[in-house]
Ligand binder design. Structure first.
Ligand SMILES: *Cc1c(COP(=O)(O)O)cnc(C)c1O
Length: 464
């Protein structure tokens, strides 16, 4: 059982067997291009730069901790996905990974569409000028007000997730005198993660309508029966996260296409679209080998074409929903070291000025990260460290196991790579710690796109 999942909560300490750790890297000053944003490099004086700006200047200007976002890296990833999938497919960036108005504008400029899953994300998308027609609205319990707002705005698609929601969207559309395009979210019994997937008949989860037992087919029947309010575009499936092996998509696409074949046979309707969701993995450590968008696109296309040929169906328009794979590698978190506490024979605890409030993934998912000393280089020997935050909670771990130079000292800047996805977007105010800013850097310019939270912000909500 993972430590963080212990029902009694995290233990205060875990003493792991000797030899548990991988060997230290040969060069602690090296920055693995797999895990760092594309423009990251070391200046002659050893300081890490991104977009041509040194982290020394970024820390001086914006303080620490801060999320530093490499805009050109983000845009390059958007373009790679866009080009890989081409004009007969759509790429919806999953906004839950990280969303801000600047990001929405970049997405638009790079020709991507956008997934939102709450009224707040929808408001952000619309406020930044994303055309409603390029927005897909997700969620397993959208409120009546959220649905109405989405229909009124004219979102391109609502992904319906339950029988109740089919009725609610239809009612809102009728009231507003429109026909709302929808996809039906189907759970196909495939759960994928890293190099594994499991395929069962039934999936024990809250999302979607189950293929098993005919639930999804009945949902589709209901959507078709509500044709005065709903226009059925197709079927949606999302199978997991941090996926490196596309074999799970093979099974999910087959099951979805078979369902589309059944829909044609039973209802005489050929559905024009198929959405295979997101979940593609990125490199958090040197051991991870993510797939390139071009390879992902080719494999998914081949799978869909093959399954459609087998089912005698015309090939539907394909859409995908990468979140992490686009924004994840584009940002790192910059921290200042506060304390360095060696525990004889165990490891050294390095405390930084943030923690689980700016990165909950380590505590929540046992996620792994790479960390580097970035305000200088060092020729000191490697020491085994655990990077921890400043919260009153022993599970407050940012990087569980890593090596940093043994001369690490308070005041040094360290950076944790690949924190663009699910870090700022999952950030909290635990201990009334203020959420860090997001600073976009490109071509020698740095610019705050989400400012640091202030005590005033906190007290504004506390009405006393
Ligand atoms: C979370 C989610 C995504 C994005 O997942 P990533 O792992 O960030 O690619 C896409 N689609 C749906 C429906 C999701 O719930």
């Amino acid at each position: 059982m993972s430590r963080s999942a212990h029902p009694a909560g995290p233990r205060h300490a875990d003493v792991l067997p000797e030899g548990h750790y991988s060997a230290p890297p040969t060069d602690l000053n090296a920055l693995d291009p797999k895990v760092w944003a594309r423009t990251v490099e070391r200046r002659a004086d050893g300081v890490l730069t991104v977009g041509g700006v040194g982290v020394d200047r970024l820390a001086d200007t914006h303080g620490t901790p801060a999320y530093i976002l490499d805009e050109s890296d983000f845009r390059a990833r958007c373009r790679a996905w866009r080009q890989a999938f081409g004009d007969d497919a759509d790429v919806f960036y999953a906004g839950k990974a990280f969303l801000s108005r600047a990001v929405v504008r970049w997405l638009r400029e790079e020709g991507l569409n956008l997934d939102v899953c709450s009224g707040g994300e929808l408001a952000t998308a619309l406020a930044a000028g994303m055309p409603a027609s390029a927005i897909a609205f997700h969620g397993n319990n959208k409120s009546a007000a959220e649905i109405r707002r989405a229909v009124e705005a004219g979102v391109g698609r609502i992904v319906v997730d339950s029988y109740e929601e089919i009725d609610r969207v239809a009612a809102a559309a009728r009231e507003l005198g429109v026909r709302q395009p929808v996809l039906v979210r189907v759970t196909v019994g495939v759960e994928a993660h890293t190099h594994e997937f499991i395929a069962t008949a039934h999936e024990d989860q809250k999302f979607g309508l189950a293929l098993a037992g005919g639930t999804a087919l009945e949902g589709i029947r209901r959507v078709l029966a509500a044709e005065d309010g709903l226009e059925l575009l197709g079927v949606h499936s999302h199978i997991g996260s941090q996926i490196f092996d596309l074999a799970g998509f093979e099974v999910s696409a087959r099951r979805v296409v078979q369902l589309m074949g059944t829909v044609r046979d039973e209802f005489g309707v050929t559905l024009p679209e198929i959405d295979l969701g997101g979940g593609l993995g990125i490199a958090y450590t040197a051991g991870d080998d993510p797939l390139e968008p071009a390879d992902i696109a080719k494999t998914l296309r081949d799978i869909v074409e093959r399954e459609c040929a087998a089912a005698g169906l015309a090939v539907p328009r394909l859409s995908v929903e990468p979140g992490r794979a686009i924004i994840g590698p584009s940002a790192f978190t910059l921290y200042e070291v506060g304390t360095v506490k060696p525990l004889e024979g165990l490891r050294t605890y390095v405390s930084v000025d943030g923690g689980m409030s700016d990165n909950i993934r380590t505590a929540l998912y046992d996620a792994e990260y790479s960390v580097a000393l970035v305000s200088r280089t060092s020729q000191a020997l490697p020491m085994l460290v655990r990077v921890v935050g400043k919260h009153c909670e022993s599970g407050d771990i940012v990087v569980r196991d890593a090596y940093l130079p043994a001369d690490l000292a308070p005041g040094d800047l360290i950076a944790v790579a690949a924190t663009g996805a699910y870090c700022r977007s999952m950030a909290s105010n635990y201990n009334h710690v203020l959420r860090p800013p997001v600073v976009a850097v490109t071509e020698g310019e740095d610019r705050v796109i989400v400012r640091r939270e202030t005590e005033e912000d906190l007290l504004r909500l506390d009405v006393g």
